[in-house]
Design a protein around this ligand. Sequence first.
Ligand code: SAH
Length: 407
Amino acid sequence: MEVPILCPPFNYHSLERVRIILKSGKEQSVHRYHPWIFSGAIKKIYGSPAEGDLVDVFDSKEEFLATGHYQPGSISVRILSFEQTEAGIDFLRNRIRDALDFRKLLGLVGNPSTNVFRLVHAEGDNLPGLIADYYNGVIVLQMHSVGMYRIRNDLAEIFTDLPGLTITAVYDKSESTIPYMSGVAGANGFLFGSADPAVVTENGFKFMVDWKTGQKTGFFIDQRENRKLLNLFTSGKRVLNLFGYTGGFSVYAMKDASLVHTVDSSGPAIELADENIRLNYGDNRRHESFTTNAFEFMNDIGGKYDLIILDPPAFAKHNNVLGNALQGYKRLNMKAIEMIRPGGIIFTFSCSQVVTKENFRKSVFAAAANTSRKVRILHQLSQPPDHPVNIYHPESEYLKGLVLYVE
Ligand code: SAH
């Protein structure tokens, strides 16, 4: 049996950094600020780095290129800086403060109607491997690299001392996100303070968030702008929210829809969806929820709904199942297009990183073409600006959606 290794905290000062030399020509993507070094690009490693160590990367002429966290596997280095740096606590603090300043610019900090947002979006904020979500004073961290995981206590200290944000707790929820090959054992837990599940506010709507048991960090923060857009279309409508999770879209739709049905296969998610409807509207007969398989539910919805939301989980996590995923999107969208009432609206999404905007649109096109309905695209949707896309790292763009008008 493999014994999990509990990594010691990181000592920034005690190291002679390992040097990684790239093959000739392989420095080009680094010059274009792509933040990953793939194993196939490496010519030589001077030293034997442990997973998560800071390493320096050089071109084939041994000119300095970048500093980052080492990990064995296909992505060998996640780059933190393209300039020479110790990459210690001050460096991290500056990066995190930059991320916060950017959220201030977006009007998300100290905003009375929205107190939940993504504070750090990994590569999108030049901090590969680190996700930090803010829930009204509680920070939930998800580390995707051992390099970030090893410095979690330093990170917690930085997050509790940010100008303009009062932090009551920092929760580490990395157990399921640390690379499983690493052998590093991580148990979720508070790094600072503690907090029970709590109500947060998004665009004035209330949501109960349980970061310990919920999916991702507890809430799908990335749909904030798209939920807001939904309200342009909900007045007096019969709305079906498929893959509804804790009722994000349903709570918005309930503002003025004539009825809202929420479907999810997860019982706990549906319980929380019901609670979220109560929080905002009391016991309200306009809402009904169904704990069941969305695909089966769709067999019997012909002509019943004016607006359908399709926000399924990622159908493809890897390129090798891309074909199946695209078929899945086609099947789902075809059913919705067939079944919706004339003049209906469909909000359809894909959050699979490996499915490009173009591929998703092609799947929806193929779906529409297989029905006898006429379909127009009204909006092309994406992730909100607190999930920024690093232009040199197109992989950080993952959420895409379309608003369809079906004649
Ligand atoms: N729209 C939601 C997020 C959806 S996440 C929001 O704004 O918060 C995807 C959801 O799909 C998860 O809650 C998961 O439980 C659910 N799910 C996965 N497979 C399903 C299936 N076959 N039928 C119904 N729900 C499913």
